[in-house]
Structure formats: C-alpha cells, structure tokens
Design a protein around this ligand. Structure first.
Ligand code: ATP
Ligand code: MG
Length: 178
C-alpha cells in the first residue's frame, strides 16, 4: 500500500484510540534485525553505517512485531535522512527495570529546544520545503509506543546530533518467547 495512505490510516486509528495491536513475546534482537534490514538500502544510498548494539542479548518484550519494526524503521529512516553522507547511526537497547529502552542516535544537525516542542505534532517539519516526507512519522511512532504502554522522547542539541528513545514493557518469563 502507498505509504502516505497507510500513514493517514494509522493517524485515524490512533485518533480514534483504535490502533489494534497483535501482542506477543518478541526477541528484541530479532526485531532490531528486521528493522535494520528495512532501512539497509536507504543507508547504503547515503553511505551511512547502521551499528546495532549487542546488549539486546536475551531481552524479550511484549509487543506487536510489525508495529515495533515500523517505529524503529521510522526513527532509523529519519536518522539516515538527516545525517551527513558517510555518517554513523547507532541502534541500541538496554534494560531499565520492567521496560526495555530502544535508542536510535545520529550525528546529524540536531534539533533546537524550540523545535523539540513541535517534533511529535502531525505534519510538522523543521523545513517546510522538505518534500521527502509529510511529517507524520514521529506522530505515528509516538501513538504506537503509547498504545504499548511505553513512552517516546528525544534528547538533542544543535550541532551534536539527536537520540530518540522509547520504552516497551519487558517480558521476563520467556517460556514461550519467539
Ligand atoms: N533525527 C533527526 N534529526 C534532525 N531532525 C529530525 C530528526 N528526526 C526528525 N527530525 C525533524 O522532525 C520532522 C518531523 O519528523 P517526522 O518523522 O514526523 O516527519 P518526516 O520524516 O519529515 O516525514 P514522514 O516521517 O512523514 O516521512 C522532520 O521533518 C525533521 O525536521
Ligand atoms: Mg520521518
């Protein structure tokens, strides 16, 4: 399906509180691998290295595989799009109590504090001349993460790159984990 149509449908579902998730126990490293694969071409085009942290180890979360790959694909897509050619994007995970924290960090231009207030608004773009997207990615990503009971935020400083982080509930009893 055309991505814009898919994005608009997602916005409507999130608005209506009807984003249905197919929750299962997921191995974090398998989710990272699929997300990385989904942006491999984009990264190669701009000679960008996507480095995956190894801390994923045996971590498992309760989530919707397709939706989590979509969130990571969005964050990685942004990181790649806004990085200088030849840059490095890091994809990492860590455990924080009863949650897993996912992080996507880039060495791009960074985002001013003022712009950070609008970043997650739908249709917002720092440069309205940017025709590569329409400004829905982060609004949808936040809606998906919140539907999982997690939260999504940014740490960024102009000239120092950006780091987007989100949390998803951890699964510690892994009897049925995929
Ligand atoms: N990693 C980043 N570095 C710098 N600016 C960013 C980064 N990620 C997002 N932004 C800024 O936030 C805006 C909104 O991002 P968002 O993902 O919602 O939309 P988009 O990427 O422009 O379009 P879409 O995701 O719908 O294709 C971007 O246009 C850009 O100005
Ligand atoms: Mg985007």
């Amino acid at each position: 399906m055309n991505r814009l149509i898919g994005d608009l449908l997602d916005v409507m579902r999130i608005d209506a509180g009807r984003l249905s998730l197919e929750l299962e126990e997921l191995s974090v490293s398998s989710v990272l691998a699929v997300a990385e694969e989904s942006v491999r071409y984009l990264a190669a085009e701009r000679d960008i290295t996507v480095e995956i942290g190894h801390a994923a180890g045996q971590l498992h979360v309760r989530g919707d595989r397709g939706r989590l790959v979509q969130v990571l694909g969005n964050l990685l897509g942004n990181a790649i799009k806004f990085s200088p050619v030849g840059g490095l994007v890091r994809l990492g995970v860590s455990r924080d109590g009863d949650r897993v924290v996912f992080e996507v960090a880039d060495q791009g231009p960074g985002i001013s504090y003022r712009d950070q207030e609008h970043l997650f608004d739908r249709y917002w773009q720092a440069r309205s001349s940017d025709r590569r997207g329409v400004g829905l990615g982060l609004a949808i990503a936040r809606g998906i993460v919140e539907a999982h009971g997690g939260r999504l935020w940014v740490d960024s400083e102009v000239g120092r790159g950006s780091r987007f982080s989100f949390t998803i509930p951890i699964v510690t009893s892994r009897a049925n984990a995929a």
